[in-house]
Every structure is written in C-alpha cells, then in structure tokens.
Design a protein around this ligand. Structure first.
Ligand SMILES: NC(=O)c1ccc[n+]([C@@H]2O[C@H](COP(=O)([O-])OP(=O)(O)OC[C@H]3O[C@@H](n4cnc5c(N)ncnc54)[C@H](O)[C@@H]3O)[C@@H](O)[C@H]2O)c1
Length: 263
C-alpha cells in the first residue's frame, strides 16, 4: 500500500465505473480506503469493483430513494461512510441552445446538479450525525469559463457553488466539502472525440500551461488529498486540476502559450 490515508474507512465513489471515478476509486483503494463503487451501469460497476477488490453499489444518483437505500445498505454491510466522491455526471453534445431539445437540458441537470445534491445530502446527513466526514464534488473548468455546453457548464457552476454552501452549513459538524475542477482529461469519450476529429488535440493542449491533457489518476490523487487528513483545514474550495488550462487559455489573444525558451 502506497500510503494508509484511509485506514480502512469507507469511501463511496459515484460514477465510479468509468473514467475519472474509476481512476479515483483505484487511488483511494491503494491509499487504504475501503472503496464502494456506485454507478448506474450495473455490469460496469461490478467489473470495476471486482478489478480493485471494492464493493459494487449499482444505483441511479437521480433516484433519491435508491440512493438512500444504497447508502443505508453500505453502512450496514461495509461500515460508516466517511468519504464521498460525488462524481457521476453526463457530458453534453454541444449544439446551439436554440436547436437543442429542453429534454437534454433537463437530463443533464437531473444527473449533474440534482444527482450530486441528492448524493451529498444522503451521505452528508449520515456524516453530520456522526460529526465527521469528507465530500468532494466533481466540477469542471467550464464552471468558471463559458463553453458552448449550455446545460453542462451551468450545472458545473452550480455544483462548485454547492460545495461552498454545504461546507459552510456542515463545517461545525466536522464535515468538509470541496470541489475539484478537471480540465481536459484523457478519458475514453474525450479521446474518442479527438480520434473521430470532433475535437482538435492541438487546440485542447494549446491553451494548457503544461502543454498537455490531464490524466484521470491526477484528478484521483487530488481527490484523495482533499479527502485525507492532510487537507483537514481545507473546506469550501474549488481546486482546478487542469494542467494549467485556466492559466494559459486566455493567452490565445497573445498568440498562445509560448514554448519554453531554449526548447
Ligand atoms: N473527462 C473530462 O475531461 C472531464 C472534465 C471535467 C469534468 N468532468 C466530470 O468528471 C465526471 C466524470 O466524468 P468522466 O469523464 O470520467 O466520464 P465517464 O462517462 O467515463 O464517467 C461517468 C460515470 O458516471 C456514470 N453515471 C452517469 N449517470 C449516472 C447516474 N444517473 N447515476 C449513477 N452513475 C451515473 C456513468 O455510467 C459513468 O460510469 C463527470 O461529472 C464529468 O462531468 C470530466
């Protein structure tokens, strides 16, 4: 075991069957957390859990009753939930708002905003009762920068703000709540979009100070830090994990981020 930050405590990762959630579940397991992978995709959930010796909890985060039941079962079977990574989310195709069906807006908001709220409140209520716990919510750099994703980006702005609201509410009860905001992460859906020509890798990395995309495990290690006792005085923040995209992307008006001198 790399480090024993978790000390056998229970951490639930929603959207844990793929991408960032799966990588984070693995980091948390390596650091001594007893991990529960929650995901709407039951088969992928079982497979991801089996791969790291975690427990699988297939449920839909938009379903309050199912979430409450799943958390109660986890507490009964595995132990008190001490950490939650509220990460399940949908990305959006990115059409013009006037051409996009309202149903798409509702679907994105249901998962990315309401689903995150439901997960946080169901787990937070248990943590508050015990007087300890940590929650990390997945935001996005689109929470603070405009994007042609007219439901996705506002949903991410809302959950970043939610982290601050819940942090202020539950701090005196010993529960910390933070957000991480990934930039462009090399997950299968994004890599597929690059492969198919829908997205241009040069434009994506061109705005990044570090000149590259983010790896899922880099988000995972940041989440593990925020959930660990090393972050015991950190609550209510939004921590970008973006390879310097927020710092570098504005430099397009100056001709882009410069290559290192001497390179
Ligand atoms: N990939 C990126 O570059 C990037 C950047 C910023 C933020 N994010 C955010 O990171 C999070 C994870 O995204 P990812 O890129 O790993 O995508 P992903 O599609 O690989 O993972 C999302 C997971 O959430 C699950 N899920 C979807 N709806 C659900 C529901 N209703 N209930 C339970 N589980 C559900 C999916 O089955 C999937 O396993 C999302 O919130 C996304 O918005 C991703």
């Amino acid at each position: 075991m790399e480090r024993d930050e978790g000390r056998g405590r229970v951490a639930v990762v929603t959207g844990g069957a793929g991408g960032i959630g799966q990588a984070t579940a693995q980091v948390l397991a390596e650091r001594g957390w007893r991990v529960v992978i929650a995901d709407i995709d039951a088969q992928a959930c079982q497979d991801a859990a089996a791969a790291i010796g975690a427990r699988a909890a297939p449920f839909d985060v938009t379903d309050e009753a199912a979430t409450r039941t799943a958390f109660a079962e986890i507490e009964a079977d595995v132990g008190p939930i001490e950490a939650l990574f509220a990460n399940a989310g949908l990305i959006q195709p990115g059409g013009r708002p006037e051409d996009s069906p309202l149903a798409e807006f509702d679907r994105i908001m249901a998962v990315n905003l309401r689903g995150v709220y439901v997960s946080c409140v169901c787990a937070g209520a248990l943590m508050v009762r015990r007087g300890r716990g940590g929650i990390v919510i997945t935001g996005s750099v689109t929470a603070t920068r405009s994007a042609p994703l007219h439901a996705y980006a506002p949903s991410k702005a809302a959950v970043v703000h939610m982290a601050a609201c819940l942090a202020a509410e539950w701090g005196r009860a010993g529960v910390r709540v933070n957000a991480v905001s990934p930039g462009y992460v090399a997950t299968p859906p994004i890599l597929a979009n690059i492969e198919s020509g829908k997205r241009d890798l040069r434009l994506i990395v061109g705005g990044s100070a570090l000149g590259r995309m983010v790896e899922s495990a880099e988000v995972g290690r940041t989440v593990a830090f925020l959930l660990s006792d090393d972050a015991s005085a950190i609550t209510g923040i939004n921590l970008p994990v973006d390879a310097g995209w927020l710092a570098g992307s504005h430099l397009t008006t100056y001709g882009g981020v410069r290559e290192a001198s001497g390179a």
